[in-house]
Design a protein around this ligand. Structure first.
Ligand code: ADP
Ligand code: ZN
Length: 664
């Protein structure tokens, strides 16, 4: 009797492959790695399933090859993770082998043997500080506790500073005391150190982080120890949703609204949604926490799919910050600064308090313009302008990555005297201006250019906590999740790009941003202030947000979504194709659309240009599918994908995104 095994290979092919285990005594369990012949190569594969086979099996019409080698005697992937990967491959319509392999730490992908010698975990001695939950936290805690071992999704909507993290800590303590494991997913690498610190302060169990900037060796170690049950709590970024656990009892998704939870290239999965499937498969609760929940999750609460838990008050009883909107049409700005913003900064500096200035863009200015010859810093490969970076004195296209040194006095090479004007404000420009306005203040810029490793990140956090800094200028990186006691003023330099965005999620995003950024102000004692600069101070939904809060805003905005049949009231998927020749993409998509007309259950929009139509010398066009029925949408997407694959057009690259986020 031989064994027939189905193997997943790390190839861009949608199917798995059958092989034979020549030796009937060979132990081959699903989740073990093997080496198999493929063409004239040997490849590493992961067994998906195996079954006994009689010699005279008729169903096998072609000659199957033998497995060359079994790498793992003991499976490295439990059935549960294989099942999750199969679900992902099916739902996100991505080659199953690539899904399985992307779930493995790099060393295991390459076939490294897993070292099963157990390492001793040194238990730190108990020096954890204790705290008690307040009434609201206790109520939420009890509700979650009552659902142990049951699939139950919770949306924890807690205002900024309400103590969501403390609740996570207590519930994790409860689980780890009973030898259960907890997985906590945060949207950005930068959030892992501080979350880890807070957990370590309170708990003396084994806690580790998992994210892409760890060394391959550390990744492998954490992954392995977790699967042996030697780690109690993992705090990681989205890819940790595929880590095997011995006894996973709870998943927590922090900042569940955050778009970074969705992978935006190749295997385009949403870590929150995959986490929901994993919780369901394992019959465990899942907590999705946010001060500004996604519309999808709010909708799921409204139809009873999720249980809504609320933390309505800040832990330190400080009021939510007071918000002032500055109308830039009236109080005209000097390089981005209204006189009211300048006055407010001075006031806080006088009181020795800290100030955060939020600006959505890094670099100095998004475009350079020569008023003499009309030259602009347009990227030759993209439909976009190159950002001027002052510190490195270069032009940098944020779309294709092209960089070039620039002579700022004469970037255009026109024969007369040039007059160069920087258009738009980035973090560097705000920093230059702030140093001119407040020469004595201690200023730091926080963006991916300035803070590119954890040492610098920790340095900035320490300096802020020790009050070695007065003014912090930064992008998303500065505001996500931080808890700085002495920040009492937050200035949002500009929200107008968000208000004018074509994206149907534009308003949702800008509202989340306003609330999250504002939430950094006045968290501990003094009452915080927020100042928002805009040229559109009368926008009705923004007024709603500022007057009545996120909840009321989202209720109104959801009504608009419903009347337009947009998600969460419908489901969407996106085909995007690109070609070197503009016509090829358009023609190709027109042909696709011709073969798949709109039906009563499905709408197909396009072909339309992608948000950046020309990128890195390729032209991008797209088709958007939308349906009120999820199954139907997936079915159609799969038919269209198969059709596209059958065309075998070598001049066309394509991708499919299920539940896409960057549409415009
Ligand atoms: P959120 O994540 O909801 O914005 P945090 O978890 O950062 O809020 O909590 C805000 C502040 O309140 C933090 O400094 C935190 O340490 C403190 N805090 C929250 N809950 C408690 C508690 N039960 N006991 C002591 N401190 C708490
Ligand atoms: Zn470019």
């Amino acid at each position: 009797m031989k064994n027939l095994v189905t193997v997943a290979l790390n190839l861009p092919i949608y199917s798995s492959f059958d092989y034979i285990a020549p030796n009937a005594h060979m132990i081959i369990s699903p989740g073990s790695r093997v080496e198999v012949p493929f063409g004239n190569k040997k490849l590493i594969g992961v067994i998906l399933n195996s079954k006994k086979m009689n010699h005279d099996v008729k169903e096998i019409k072609y000659k199957l090859k033998n497995i060359s080698k079994v790498i793992d005697d003991v499976p490295i992937l439990p059935n549960e993770v294989i099942k999750l990967c199969l679900w992902c491959a099916d739902y996100y319509q991505f080659p199953v082998g690539q899904v399985i392999f992307s779930s493995l730490p790099p060393k295991l992908r390459k076939g490294k043997e897993i070292n099963s010698t157990k390492i001793d975990i040194i238990k730190k001695k108990s020096n954890s500080s204790k705290f008690n939950l307040n009434k609201e936290q206790i109520d939420a805690f009890k509700k979650i506790k009552s659902k142990m071992g049951i699939f139950s999704p919770f949306l924890l909507e807690g205002v900024t500073g309400s103590g969501k993290t403390e609740l996570y800590v207590k519930i994790s303590e409860f689980i780890t005391e009973k030898k259960g494991q907890v997985l906590i997913i945060v949207p950005e690498i930068n959030l892992t150190p501080q979350t880890l610190n807070r957990f370590e302060k309170y708990l003396d169990c084994k806690i580790d982080s998992y994210h892409s900037s760890l060394s391959d060796q550390t990744k492998l170690k954490t992954w392995r120890e977790c699967s042996y049950g030697n780690i109690d709590i993992v705090i990681g970024t989205r890819s940790s949703i595929f880590i095997p656990f011995k006894n996973l009892q709870l998943i927590i998704i922090d900042e569940e609204h955050d778009l970074s939870l969705k992978q935006s290239e190749k295997f385009r999965y949403h870590a929150r949604d995959v986490a929901l499937i994993r919780s369901r498969n394992n019959n465990i609760p899942i907590i999705m926490g946010s001060a500004t929940p996604s519309f999808e999750s709010l909708y799921n609460c409204s139809i009873g799919k999720y249980t809504h838990l609320a933390l309505k008050n800040r832990y330190f009883k400080t009021k939510l910050p007071s918000v002032t909107v500055v109308d830039l049409n009236k109080d005209s700005s000097d390089e981005g600064f209204s006189s009211e913003l300048i006055r407010s900064i001075q006031k806080e500096l006088d009181k020795k308090k800290q100030i955060i200035l939020y600006i959505g863009r890094r670099g100095f200015s998004h475009t350079l313009l020569c008023t003499k010859c009309g030259w602009t810093s347009k990227c030759l490969r993209c439909d976009a302008h190159m950002t001027y970076h002052l510190n490195e004195n270069k032009l940098w296209c944020h779309h294709c990555g092209f960089q070039t040194k620039v002579d700022i006095k004469k970037p255009c090479g026109c024969s007369n005297e040039c007059e160069i004007i920087p258009l738009g404000q980035g973090t560097e420009r705000v920093e230059v201006k702030i140093k001119k306005l407040f020469p004595d203040a201690k200023v730091m810029r926080i963006d991916s250019d300035a803070i590119n490793n954890t040492t610098k990140l920790n340095d900035f956090i320490d300096k802020t906590k020790n009050k070695d800094l007065d003014i912090l200028i930064g992008t998303q990186m500065l505001v996500k999740g931080h808890d700085f006691p002495d920040v009492t003023l937050v200035g949002i330099m500009d929200i107008d790009a968000g208000l004018y965005s074509l994206d149907f999620r534009g308003l949702e995003k800008i509202a989340q941003l306003i609330v999250q950024v504002s939430g950094r102000s006045g968290r501990h004692s003094s009452e915080g202030k927020v100042l928002i600069q805009t040229r559109k101070p009368k926008h009705p939904l923004i007024i709603e947000l500022l007057k009545n809060g996120y909840n009321s805003f989202s209720n109104k905005a959801l009504v608009e979504r419903k009347s337009a049949s947009l998600p969460p009231f419908s489901y969407i998927s996106l085909f995007r194709v690109s070609s070197l020749n503009k016509k090829d993409s358009v023609n190709f998509l027109s042909k696709v659309k011709g073969n798949f007309p709109d039906g009563k259950n499905i709408k197909i929009l396009g072909p339309s240009p992608a948000p950046i139509t020309k990128k890195n010398n390729r032209f991008f066009y797209q088709l958007l599918l939308s349906s009120s029925n999820r199954k139907f949408l997936l079915q159609k997407s799969s038919e269209i994908r198969e059709y596209i694959m059958k065309q075998k057009k070598s001049n066309i690259r394509w991708s499919l995104d299920i539940d896409p986020i960057d549409l415009y």
